[in-house]
Each structure stands twice: as C-alpha cells, then as structure tokens.
Design a protein around this ligand. Structure first.
Ligand code: GAL
Ligand code: CA
Length: 350
C-alpha cells in the first residue's frame, strides 16, 4: 500500500508550540516511529452542512470513536471538523486549510458531488488519503487515485426496503391503505436534494418495489424538500389542501421530511392519517415510530459508516491493510435495515 512520505520526525507543518510537543512525543515514541508513522494522527473532516440531523449525528459518532480509539490504543488522534454550510467554495477553503495544517487523512462529505475531482487531485498532490462519505462521487473520480475511498450505503437498497414496508402494509391490510377502495395506491413523494444519489434512487426504487409487488400506484405529487423538516411540512400542507384524504401514502426520502409531514398532519386534525415512511432511523424518527405516527423507516447506519472511516484512517496512517470489507479497492458499503414498531426495540437499544 502506498503511503504518504512525510516523515514522522519532521512535523514541520505545525505551529511552534505544537511542534515542540510533537518532537517530544516523537522522541518518546521513537520505536513506534520506526515504521514511518507520525506521532499523532490528524484527521480533517469536512461536512456539507452541520445543519442536517443525520450528518450532525455522524459527526458526534466520529468524535466518540476518536475518544474510544485514543483510550484503546494510547495513540493521539486529533479530529478537526469543518461545517461547509452548504457552500462548495467554503468547503474548498476548508480542505485547503486541512492540507496546509498537515492533516494525515481527509474525510469529505461533499457539498456538490461534482467537486470531487478537484479535491481528489489536491489530496493526491499532498499524498493525503481521502475518504468521501455519504455524498457519493461518480466512479471516475473515486478511481483517480488508489488512496481515495467512499464509505456509504447503497441508496437503491434503502429505496427497495422502504417500498417493501409499504407493500407489506398493503398486503396485510389493504382496506386500511386503499381508502377510496379503487385498488390503486395514491401517493405523494417528499424528495431530498435534487441530484443527490439518495434522492434519485430512493424515489425510483421505493415505487418500483411496490409496483414489482403487483400493486398499481398513482403519483399525486413529488417535490423536493431538501432533506429538511420545515420544507417537508410546507409541501405536505399544500398537498393536504390540494388532495385532502386522497393521499394514501407519504413516501419521504428521509426522516426529517417525514417528521415535517407529521408536523403538518398534527396541525390539521383529521380522523385518519396517510401511511408515512422515511429513511435514516434518527432518534426523533424512532420516537415517531413508537408513537404510531411514522409507520416505518429504514436504518441508515451512520455509526457503522463512521466506524469504517475511522478504521480506514487508522490503518492508512499505520501503513496496515484496512480491516474493512473493501469493494473494488475503494468502496465500503454498510447495509440498510427496515424498522417498524415490530423490531423497534433493536434500534432503541443502539
Ligand atoms: C442521506 C440522509 C439524509 C441526509 C443526506 C445528506 O443519506 O438520508 O437525511 O442526511 O444523506 O447528504
Ligand atoms: Ca386508492
């Protein structure tokens, strides 16, 4: 495995005080340095925005895992987290700063998936391994260099599992779902950000799972709410005005938008609610499942993704083979799992 060439005993990229401390640590750890390993691992994590429930939970998971790894191995790990605030140019500056600070590994949650190539080239020029996560670049960008990775979950799988939840509900109690009794499932779709792999594939494959199961569907409306709870509520308010009780199912590309739909329904008291399904299994979504407001969701394993990223970072830094299941030399995929009231306990214990 190719390694970054910066020597462990020349931490020239640090400010003077840190440099002195680093030098001392390097002397103390001289034997550990024998393999060319720096005395402390510095990770720069760039988030597309911290104002996203799933991503901010992942950032907390990363922080927790860093503390665990430090106490488990005695190695010093510094994690820098930068909030891109949904601006790709802000994120570019943050990546530049991480590289200038001498970070050993970068974790990048792209604002704009098409910016991957520029970041990949910067990382390669500095010899710094790069782990993209959650927002998947196209394959050509991942293949630009052998030290570029993607950690995520298969968006298509989440769509299929979400669709199966609805299909099972239809099969179990068709009358409850098919309110107008026409044998067709009338639905609305809350979409995530336009162009995001998870929006496109969840929208497509959730419906495909239902129609593949032999159920005819009718799309009443499908619009983006950008993963956002307030926008999810606003769209739902419009649809309830337009279609009233004609909406039988609300598919949502993530839990936050589904919770927005629940907010909208709670504001307009009615006898029966449409069936609502989300993706992520965030803590508030699990509460909504427990309360019977959200029929089901699909667990997006953010903690598992954070763990795989840390495993990769540590192994690359130590010059070891990563103990993760690498597909095609670049990809780590974490499985999705469906959640309903029936198996909710497994997730509450997590
Ligand atoms: C998805 C997740 C969304 C949102 C998005 C951000 O995987 O389901 O809730 O966090 O990533 O890229
Ligand atoms: Ca119907």
């Amino acid at each position: 495995m190719r390694r970054k060439t910066r020597s462990c005993c020349s931490p020239s990229c640090r400010p003077p005080a840190a440099r002195r401390a680093a030098l001392l640590a390097a002397l103390l750890l001289l034997s550990a340095c024998g393999g060319g390993k720096d005395e402390s691992l510095r990770i720069g994590a760039a988030l597309y925005t911290q104002d996203d429930t799933f991503i901010s939970a992942m950032a907390q998971d990363l922080e927790g895992l860093v503390r665990e790894a430090e106490s488990g191995t005695g190695e010093k790990i510094t994690l820098f987290i930068a909030d891109g605030k949904s601006s790709q140019s802000t994120q570019m500056d943050q990546v530049d700063r991480f590289l200038a600070r001498g970070c050993d590994v970068l974790f990048v949650n792209l604002v704009d998936r098409t910016a991957a190539a520029v970041i990949a080239d910067k990382a390669e020029a500095e010899g710094v391994p790069l782990v993209f996560f959650n927002r998947q670049p196209v394959a050509e960008d991942i293949q630009r260099w052998d030290q570029i990775y993607y950690v995520g979950a298969d968006a298509r799988e989440s769509g299929e599992l979400q669709g199966k939840l609805v299909l099972d509900a239809w099969r179990a109690d068709r009358e409850a779902l098919d309110r107008n009794g026409d044998g067709v499932l009338q639905y609305v779709m809350l979409e995530g950000e336009p162009g995001h792999q998870d929006s496109l594939l969840r929208t497509e494959y959730s419906i495909k799972a239902v129609t593949d199961g032999g159920v005819e569907v009718e799309k009443l409306a499908s619009e983006t709410a950008n993963w956002n709870r307030a926008q999810g509520a606003a769209r739902t308010v419009q649809w309830l005005e337009e279609f009233g009780d004609g909406v039988e199912v609300i598919f949502s590309n993530n839990d936050d938008m589904a919770l927005g739909a629940i907010d909208a329904l709670a504001d307009t008291p009615r006898d029966r609610w449409p069936l609502i399904v989300g993706v992520d299994a965030t803590a508030p979504a699990l509460e909504a499942v427990a309360a019977g407001q959200l029929y089901g969701t699909v667990h997006n394993d953010g903690r598992g993704q954070a763990q795989a990223m840390m495993d990769l970072a540590l192994a690359l830094w130590r010059g070891e083979d990563p103990a993760v299941d690498l597909k095609e030399g670049h990809y780590v995929w974490l499985p999705y799992r469906p959640v309903t009231l029936e198996n909710l306990d497994e997730f509450l214990e997590d």
